[in-house]
Design a protein around this ligand. Structure first.
Ligand code: TRP
Ligand code: SF4
Length: 327
């Protein structure tokens, strides 16, 4: 039996950080064995919100792809490509636009939320409204069975399924596959200050953070606020440092729990121990990334090769869709 297909994408809007690793990239890496994977740099999606500052996107593409490779995306196994290099994404986006009622898009919770939250970005635009329709096209082009996403993306996946169903109903032919969400089970990693990890809050550790900066960022983290002296017993469950242990050093978290609740180690020492674990995790990947960044031609070859492979699948699907419509 042939492998099931996965498609996922990330928007190139800045540096990747630990939140991206925990919430998406680590999952991508492990899915490669079991599925036929298509991983996409969603530059059109990025432009839908960052159109005023497109240079950020251009700079992020190479940077993000180097992180993908350094952290374990294997271009011999998975198809790694840039969305805008596969024009079929726009073509199917157009076909989907025909059949997608405006109300589905304007009622989408992520649309309403983002337009009101990101006022300075002025994303009350024609293209941003169509964001989920383009995402539906991304997924449908490769007939993906599953899409690894975080919970925030569930409304988009539901819309993708609805658009696909409507297409099938209208043209009376099952061209696409209805994708399932593959929810990332890992606990969410909060930012250094306890809010959502995000570049706009500047509370993140980048996937290529240098050792010195990892050390200073961790040392500034807030711990259990009730624990003032080392003799005070701590409450790991309310401590962000503890949640970092649970994600990055699960095997050690039992021990941390004990030394914290038993007041055996202070927060400074506890953070120091964690810092070194994180440094050891990030450093080899960071070095690999620097190597990749020196070989820009190699990365471009991978992306060109990826786009070629993606187009073979995508163009076949578009042809089938047009045939179903009789155009
Ligand atoms: N909307 C996704 C995000 O912001 C990115 C994305 C674009 C995507 N196309 C996709 C994710 C297709 C999964 C499948 O994270
Ligand atoms: Fe958090 Fe560690 Fe301090 Fe406990 S000892 S409060 S887990 S930093």
């Amino acid at each position: 039996m042939s492998k099931k297909v996965i498609l996922s994408g990330m928007r190139p809007t800045g540096k990747l950080h630990l939140g991206h690793w925990v919430g998406a990239l680590s999952n991508w890496v492990s899915l490669q064995e079991t599925y036929k994977c298509f991983f996409m740099v969603a530059d059109w999606h990025a432009l839908m919100s960052e159109y005023k500052n497109p240079s950020v996107i251009k700079d992020s593409i190479l940077d993000n792809v180097s992180d993908f490779l350094a952290y374990g995306i294997n271009p011999d196994e998975s198809v790694l490509f840039i969305q805008s290099e596969v024009p079929e994404h726009l073509e199917l986006f157009m076909l989907f636009s025909f059949v997608t009622p405006l109300g589905w898009l304007s009622r989408c919770p992520t649309f309403k939320e983002q337009v009101s939250q990101l006022k300075d970005k002025e994303i009350n635009t024609y293209s941003f409204l169509g964001y989920p329709a383009l995402q539906a096209a991304d997924i449908a082009l490769y007939k993906a069975n599953a899409v690894p996403v975080g919970e925030d993306q569930l409304p988009h996946l539901e819309l993708a399924r609805e658009i696909i169903r409507r297409f099938h109903f209208l043209y009376n032919k099952e061209v696409f596959v209805e994708p399932q969400a593959l929810l990332t089970k890992v606990p969410r990693l909060l930012g250094l200050d306890g809010r959502k990890m995000s570049k706009s809050y500047n509370n993140y550790i980048a996937l290529d953070e240098d050792d010195k900066s990892i050390r200073s960022k961790i040392s500034g983290m807030i711990t259990d606020p009730a624990r003032i002296k080392k003799e005070d017993k701590g409450h790991p469950d309310v401590c962000n440092v503890y949640s970092y242990y649970s994600v990055f050093a699960k095997e050690k978290s039992r021990e941390v729990y004990d030394w914290c609740t038993g007041a055996k180690k202070g927060c400074v020492e506890c953070k120091k121990i964690f810092t070194e674990l994180l440094v050891d995790f990030i450093a080899p990947h960071r070095e690999k990334k620097q190597e990749f960044l020196k070989k820009k031609d190699y990365i471009c070859d991978i992306l060109n090769e990826g786009a070629k492979k993606a187009r073979i699948v995508a163009s076949k699907t578009v042809l089938e869709a047009k045939q179903a419509m009789g155009i």
